[in-house]
Write a protein that binds this ligand. Structure first.
Ligand SMILES: [Zn+2]
Ligand SMILES: [Zn+2]
Length: 376
């Protein structure tokens, strides 16, 4: 990979630039180097990509913080790879972040004013909480959403059955009204039909002429194994219905994952704190470790200390990007036994004697002795 330029330098903004300044700088560069304007210009394409990448990082507080602290490596560490192509950029900003509107403002400006243009349906979002092990294994969940769909009664026309929209009497279907202002003839959007050129005389009773209704729906969501708390799934086309033939919006499902009493996670690795009796730590031995599936056997070498870390490869969580699974990372805790049989006590006392340690209640303190003398 060639050396990357500093993102602030790419956008030509100071390091303390606010979000608005960054956005403006990006718009300007995107406009100058946009493929519609500069077709087949590889340098413009490079600049367009570079600007998109810089913008992607600097507009996100967390990525910007990583970049400020660690440079390009910090951002790479967070999983961001940059963009490969125009399609990448448009797919990313256009869909995932609704940034398409900014590009739309710039490049599709003229068409936006047509009230009869097809419009994309609205994006919806909802949240769902799942258990740790459901996230680890993947699961399928039902969610409730309320979304706008085409009215079935009137097939989205907005007209009562048997009726049809009539041509707007004010503008005679042109959608535009003219009025004279002195020597000038001004053209504006027709106020009667808001530029649609048609008027609904008998509105559909179900949707009151809107052609669309709100509906409660239950949707099934497949949640992939390995998903992390705070991630979002996008269900393409499950948002509101499009208007006048426009595509439907998307539904975003935010995922919250409950903690687990046994496991926690670090990226794709499953973490567990495991109690290992000190005898096994001292002499070495085999212990059973819970995994997401069947418990597995872990060999603990002699002389294992509290806090020692062992890895069981491939017993972690599914990698969302890429193949395979992470590891199970086992951190050893050495509990001190609190309930001892008399035989265990005797053995431990032998051990203490061997090591010359003063143990147990056999060695009474001065206070105990004085108290005994006073009482006795
Ligand atoms: Zn209707
Ligand atoms: Zn009209």
């Amino acid at each position: 990979m060639a050396t990357k330029r500093d993102y602030y330098e790419v956008l030509g903004v100071p390091r303390d630039a606010d979000d608005n300044t960054i956005k403006k700088a990006y718009r300007k560069l995107a406009l100058e180097n946009h493929p519609d304007r500069r077709p087949d210009d590889p340098e413009a394409e490079e600049r367009f990509k570079e600007a998109a990448e810089a913008y992607e990082v600097l507009r996100d507080a967390e990525k910007r913080r990583l970049y400020d602290s660690y440079g390009h490596d910090g951002v790479r560490g967070s999983g961001f790879q940059g963009f490969r192509s125009y399609d990448d950029i448009f797919a990313h900003f256009g869909d995932v972040f609704g940034f398409g509107d900014v590009l739309g403002d710039l490049f599709g400006g003229g068409r936006r004013r047509d009230p009869n243009r097809p419009r994309r349906g609205e994006d919806l979002s909802t949240q769902i909480a799942i258990e740790f092990r459901e996230a680890a294994r993947g699961c399928s969940k039902e969610i409730e959403v309320e979304r706008v769909i085409d009215c079935k009664a009137c097939e989205a026309s907005g007209c009562a059955p048997g009726s049809r929209p009539e041509t707007c009497p004010t503008c005679r279907g042109t959608g535009q009204a003219s009025m004279s202002r002195g020597p000038f003839l001004m053209t504006t959007t027709c106020p009667t039909c808001q530029g649609r050129g048609r008027r609904i005389t008998k509105p559909c009773e179900e949707c009151r002429g809107a052609g669309r209704v709100r509906q409660h729906e239950t949707l099934k969501v497949e949640i992939p194994a390995g998903i992390e708390s705070g991630m979002q799934l996008r269900l393409t086309g499950k948002g509101g219905t499009g208007v006048r033939g426009g595509p439907p919006g998307d539904l975003y499902v935010g995922i919250g994952v409950h903690d687990d009493p046994v496991f926690s996670r670090g990226a794709e690795h499953l973490l567990i704190e495991l109690d290992v009796p000190f005898v096994q730590c001292a002499l070495g031995g085999e212990v059973q470790v819970p995994t997401l599936d069947e418990p597995t056997t872990l060999k603990v070498p002699a002389g294992t200390q509290a806090g020692a870390v062992f890895r069981v490869e491939g017993q972690g969580l599914a990698r969302l990007r890429g193949r395979g699974r992470g590891d199970l990372v086992v951190r050893v805790r050495i509990p001190v036994p609190t309930k001892l049989s008399s035989k265990e006590k005797a053995l431990l006392k032998d051990l203490a004697a061997e090591e010359g340690l003063a143990v147990g209640s056999g060695k009474r303190g001065l206070v105990d002795r004085i108290r005994e003398n006073l009482n006795g």
